[in-house]
Write a protein that binds this ligand. Structure first.
Ligand code: PMP
Length: 390
């Protein structure tokens, strides 16, 4: 089975209202529906009407390397990065994908060398996002080979390192760890947005992946984008998309363009408006969740959460906290976290799936409010029990 964020449909839909004490709580996936109330409040501002005769062509702009990118989406992406200050877009090619999931595959294709005769090694520092391994191994490609943890990688020859920053599952800010001559880097920046982490500077790497899913919460539109410095890499990524899906849904692209435009506009009135812009709202929601989780875990003698230093955020003009999309819980005793939580009808994802120890578990911070509150109640009870046994 695949192991991405949507591998099994959630039992906790965003609209869910009634949970019983016996309900199973699924905190395995990172389904970002908790931002729904903000977009609901936006009313018709983000509504788009698409006529029956619109968007029928495969093509969007044949003068662009990525010929299926709708120009409105390209403009909205550049506009948003300019407002947030998280990535350089000047002189970059934009390649749009069906989520950043498809773009990672496109980047692996573009950065491998079919003529080399042997697969390029693919690595990521543990704990790494479990989806990379699954994606790399699924079709048994001869172009690349998953080699696991970048910390222990010592093979000669070409390699690709995926650098996830902030990292899924543990929220840390990362740099490349292998640093050998023949390496190529792909930066997965799905969570480099102000609600999750301070925006310290605009990143300027050769190949950077972003996703609409985690930026605004619209995972269902399946839109991601790559900012690519090298023209040949952009061309090969586009070729991958052409062969695998002949482009990306134009309806989705236009909806993403509209929503990203509304988001950017809201941020420009940032310091004067009395209503919250999206990043203020989502940061507040994430912060509240982290504070309540930290308050519960603080009482434990054996469980802990990672600590994140505050940093200056250029976007907000303040020192801010990190509020990762996932909590990476650790037990200093020999406890298999995933099994312990399962006994209490909580589904998390074991550290083992991320190349780490079962003494770690990843918990999604994105669940609907009722689910999150019930999780805190159950976790408190687990902590009371385990404290008694220490
Ligand atoms: N990269 C990371 C680090 C992720 O956490 C996810 C989704 N959970 C993705 C990529 C893929 O996101 P999508 O395909 O929705 O753009």
């Amino acid at each position: 089975a695949t192991d991405n964020e949507s591998s099994s449909p959630s039992t906790n839909k965003a609209t869910e209202t009634s949970l019983s004490p016996d309900s199973i709580i699924n905190l395995d996936q990172g389904d970002p529906t908790l931002f729904e109330p903000y977009w609901k409040k936006m009313g018709d501002k983000c509504t788009l009407v698409i006529g029956g005769c619109d968007l029928m062509s495969y093509f969007s702009d044949i003068s662009n390397i990525c010929w299926f990118l709708q120009p409105q989406l390209g403009d909205a992406i550049k506009g948003l990065h300019r407002v947030v200050g998280n990535a350089v877009t000047d002189g970059r090619h934009i390649v749009v994908g069906t989520g950043s999931t498809q773009l990672l595959m496109a980047a692996l294709y573009a950065l491998s060398s079919p003529s080399a005769g042997h697969p390029v090694s693919l690595v990521a520092a543990a704990p790494y996002y479990s989806g990379y391994k699954d994606q790399a191994e699924f079709l048994r490609s001869g172009l690349y080979k998953w080699e696991g943890d970048a910390h222990t990688f010592d093979k000669d020859g070409p390699y690709i390192e995926v650098v996830t920053s902030p990292n899924n599952p543990d929220g840390t800010i990362r740099e490349a760890v292998v640093n050998l001559g023949e390496g190529k880097l792909v930066y997965d920046l799905a969570y480099y947005w102000p609600q999750y982490t301070p925006i310290t500077h605009p990143l300027d790497h050769d190949t950077m992946l972003f996703t609409f899913s985690k930026c605004t919460g619209h995972a269902g539109s399946r839109i991601g984008w790559a900012l690519v410095k090298d023209e040949e890499v952009a061309r090969k990524m586009t070729e991958y998309m052409q062969i695998s899906s002949i482009g990306v849904s134009k309806e989705s692209q236009l909806r993403a363009a509209k929503i990203l435009g509304v988001l950017s506009e809201g941020c420009q009135h940032f310091r004067t408006a009395d209503s919250e812009n999206f990043f203020q709202y989502s940061h507040r929601i994430m912060r509240e969740r982290w504070e309540s989780l930290q308050n519960v875990v603080e009482n434990s003698k054996i469980f802990s959460l990672p600590k994140f230093p505050q940093d200056y955020c250029n976007f907000t003009g303040k020192y801010t906290d990190s509020n990762p999309a996932f909590a990476w819980l650790h037990s200093k005793e020999d406890i298999d976290w995933e099994s312990l939580l399962r006994e209490h009808k909580i589904i998390g994802r074991s550290g083992e799936r991320f190349g780490a120890d079962p003494k770690y578990v990843r918990i999604s911070m994105f669940s609907p409010p009722e689910t999150f509150n019930l999780f805190l109640e159950r976790l408190s009870a687990i902590i009371d029990n385990t404290n008694g046994n220490v």
